[in-house]
Design a protein around this ligand. Structure first.
Ligand code: GDP
Ligand code: MG
Length: 289
C-alpha cells in the first residue's frame, strides 16, 4: 500500500481546482474563471483499497508574480510545498510557462515534483513538444506531463506518475471518505460559485455564504443560507429588479447542489448586510475563514 499527500501549486487560473476535480471525479473545489475563488484549502482523497490513497490539496493561488520579490514569502511557499510527499507544479501551457517555471526552479524544492503543463487542449502537438523539451533540461522535475484538466487528457499518465512517487504506508483516512470538509461547506461554495457567475466587479469578492439550516427531510433536503454583503447597495444588486437576480441565483445554485448531493433540495436564500465583515475577526471565524 502507498499513501501520501500531494499538493497542487500554481498561479491563479492555472487550473488547480479543475485538475483536482478531474482527478477525484467529484466537484469538490469550485471552479471559476475569476481568480481567488478558492479561499480554503480543500483536501480530497483518492483511494484504491489495498493499493493507494492520495490526499490531494488544492491551494489558493499563493504563487503570484509579486512573491518573487519577497524572500520570506518564497520561504513560506517553499515550506508549504515541502509539507507534501509530492508536489504538482501546475502551469497554464497557453501562457507564462517560462515565468512559472522560473518560480518553481527558484524554490529549489526538496520534494519530488512533477511539472504539469495544463490546458494543452488549446495547443498544437508541435507546440506541446517544444514546451516539453524546453523544460526537460536542466530541471529538477521528476517528470514533465502535458495534460488537459478540462478534457481529462493524460490524467491516467499523471496519476501513475504520482503513485510511483508516493511513499509506502497505510491509508490515513477511511476508504469511502472523499474529503475532510463537511457537505455544508461544499453547498456554501456552490452558492458562492453562482455569485461569481452572475455578478461582476467587487460583489463576489465581498460576499460570504453561511448555511444556517441543513435538514434532511423525507423527500428532500431543506437548506437555508445567508448571503452576507457589506452594503445596502450590494444587497440591491443581488436582489435585482423585483427579486429577479436572487431568483436566478437560487435556481442555478439549487440545480448544482442537487447534482452534487444526488437528491432534491429546497433552497432558501436570504441576503444580509453586515458592514466590514471582512475586517471583523469574530465574523470571519463565524463564516469559517
Ligand atoms: P485555479 O485558479 O488554478 O484553481 O484555476 P481553475 O481550476 O479555477 O480554472 C481556471 C479557468 O481555466 C477555468 O475557466 C477553467 O475552466 C479553465 N481551465 C482549467 N483547466 C483547463 C484545461 O485543461 N483546458 C482549458 N481549455 N481550460 C481549462
Ligand atoms: Mg482554484
Amino acid at each position: 500500500m502507498k499513501s501520501g499527500f500531494v499538493n497542487i501549486f500554481g498561479k491563479p487560473n492555472a487550473g488547480k481546482s479543475t485538475l483536482l476535480n478531474a482527478l477525484v471525479g467529484e466537484k469538490l473545489a469550485i471552479v471559476s474563471s475569476k481568480v481567488q475563488t478558492t479561499r480554503h484549502r480543500i483536501k480530497a482523497f483518492l483511494t484504491k483499497p489495498g493499493e493507494y490513497q492520495i490526499i490531494f490539496s488544492d491551494t489558493p493561488g499563493i504563487i503570484e508574480p509579486k512573491y518573487k520579490l519577497h524572500e520570506r514569502m518564497m520561504q513560506n511557499v517553499k515550506s508549504a510545498l515541502e509539507d507534501a510527499d509530492v508536489a504538482l507544479l501546475l502551469a497554464d501551457a497557453t501562457k507564462d510557462v517560462n515565468e512559472t517555471n522560473e518560480m518553481f526552479q527558484g524554490l529549489r524544492l526538496n520534494v519530488p515534483s512533477i511539472l504539469v503543463l495544463n490546458k494543452t487542449d488549446k495547443l498544437k502537438v508541435n507546440k506541446i513538444e517544444e514546451l516539453r523539451s524546453a523544460f526537460s533540461q536542466p530541471s529538477s522535475y521528476k517528470k514533465i506531463i502535458d495534460v488537459s484538466a478540462l478534457t481529462h487528457k493524460n490524467l491516467d499518465t499523471l496519476l501513475s506518475a504520482i503513485i510511483e512517487l508516493l511513499p509506502g504506508g497505510e491509508a490515513f483516512y477511511n476508504e469511502e471518505e472523499l474529503t475532510d470538509m463537511p457537505t455544508k461547506f461544499f453547498v456554501s461554495e456552490m452558492i458562492r460559485e453562482k455569485v461569481y457567475e452572475l455578478f461582476s466587479e467587487e460583489i463576489p469578492y465581498q460576499t460570504a455564504v453561511i448555511i444556517n439550516e441543513f435538514k434532511e427531510k423525507e423527500t428532500l433536503i431543506k437548506i437555508q443560507a445567508d448571503i452576507i454583503v457589506h452594503r445596502e447597495s450590494q444587497k440591491a444588486i443581488l436582489l435585482g429588479e423585483g427579486g429577479k437576480m436572487i431568483k436566478q441565483l437560487g435556481t442555478s445554485a439549487r440545480k448544482e447542489i442537487e447534482k452534487f448531493l444526488q437528491q432534491k433540495i429546497f433552497l432558501q436564500l436570504f441576503i444580509k448586510v453586515k458592514p466590514k465583515w471582512r475586517d471583523n475577526d469574530l465574523q470571519l471565524k463565524e463564516y469559517g475563514y
